[in-house]
Design a protein around this ligand. Structure first.
Ligand code: GAR
Length: 317
């Protein structure tokens, strides 16, 4: 499986970017850095990234409206083929449009134990409060500043005699460890069987009168007390494949799909000649709209007329 493509946004030094970049050099790292972009063409991190052979983009945001500047950055991310964005000391508030476009695909590292001390001066605020520990957090970026689900945290003890600089330097060590590990887990998350089954289950159970049973050891979806229209298969009989198996309209459609895209579709063993087709979920990226459509079509092949008639009426609106 190919590595997830990550773009990193920085504003200055870029030491977290460097940590991500060097972690990515390990063969086992599930992500690669495809772009480092900055809102300052003189950001030191850009020089380092370029020297390491990574594509860079630097442009000042000054004089450009926030949403327009974010659109420029977004265009660069798309051009680089980025699938995920890692903010690493990117000191710009993001427009809601940009956050929306990268919803669930953008992480940030923040030097505090969130939800404590959002915003600036985090180290000073932790010391002023007399906290025993400061630390760092990696979280999913949402519209609110330094908000969004926390994916990982490292507490860092505050020592007697610490200054902002000594504490910040120690937290930075923790940041460098935490970010690459958390990012690696995050890009892998959507490839795990549990995640894939959850997504399939949500789509299948959203169709009318569907229930889930286990059949031949596989999670299986059917019309309540009726026929089955989808199976979730994970390494069945040791075939190493993660896929859903759904019904096509006829064996001819099954054959056509497999011929047109043999990497995505396959003919499942033990499913006879009734036109069942396997759709792999273990490729680089799953097209969930396509999976939803295939599940709905498969559902239609087994649903009683009374139900498909209701769906037709709803679709006509
Ligand atoms: C890091 O400490 C990071 O946590 C912080 O900026 C620093 C960037 O350093 N980010 C924030 O405060 C975001 N709210 P770096 O450029 O060397 O990675």
């Amino acid at each position: 499986m190919s590595k997830a493509k990550v773009a990193v946004l920085i504003s200055g030094r870029g030491s977290n970017m460097a940590a991500l970049l060097y972690a990515a050099k390990a063969g086992t790292c599930p992500y690669e850095i495809v772009l480092v972009a900055a809102n300052d063409p003189d950001a030191a991190g850009l020089t380092l990234a370029a020297a390491e052979g990574i594509a860079t983009f630097g442009q000042s945001h000054k004089g450009i409206k926030r949403a327009e500047f974010d659109a420029i950055i977004d265009a660069q991310l798309r051009k680089a083929g980025a699938q995920f964005v890692a903010l690493a000391g990117y000191m710009r508030l993001l427009s809601p449009e940009f956050v929306g476009k990268w919803a669930g695909r953008m992480l940030n590292i923040h030097p505090s134990l969130l939800p404590k001390y959002k915003g600036l001066d985090t180290h000073q605020r932790a010391m002023d409060a007399g906290d025993s520990h400061a630390g760092c957090s990696v979280h999913v970026v949402t519209a609110e500043l330094d908000d969004g689900p926390v994916l990982g945290q490292t507490p860092v003890a505050i020592l007697p005699g610490d200054t902002i600089d000594t504490l910040a330097a120690r937290i930075l060590i923790a940041e460098h460890q935490l970010y690459s590990r958390t990012l690696a887990d995050f890009v892998m998350r959507e490839r795990t069987p549990d995640y894939l089954l959850d997504r399939v289950r949500a789509l299948a159970l959203a169709l009318p009168q569907v229930d889930e049973v286990t059949s031949h050891g596989m999670p299986c979806f059917g019309i309540e007390k009726g026929k089955k229209f989808a199976y979730f298969t994970q390494d069945h009989h040791g075939d190493g494949v993660l896929a859903i198996i759904v019904k096509t309209s006829a064996p001819e459609e099954q054959a056509m799909l497999i011929e047109n895209d043999p990497d995505l579709f396959y003919r499942p063993a033990y499913f006879g000649t009734a036109g069942w087709v396997g759709i792999r979920l273990d490729g680089d990226e799953v097209d969930w709209d396509h999976i939803a459509e295939r599940l709905a079509r498969s559902w239609r092949t087994v649903a009683p007329r009374k139900l498909t008639g209701l769906m037709d009426a709803a679709d006509a609106f």
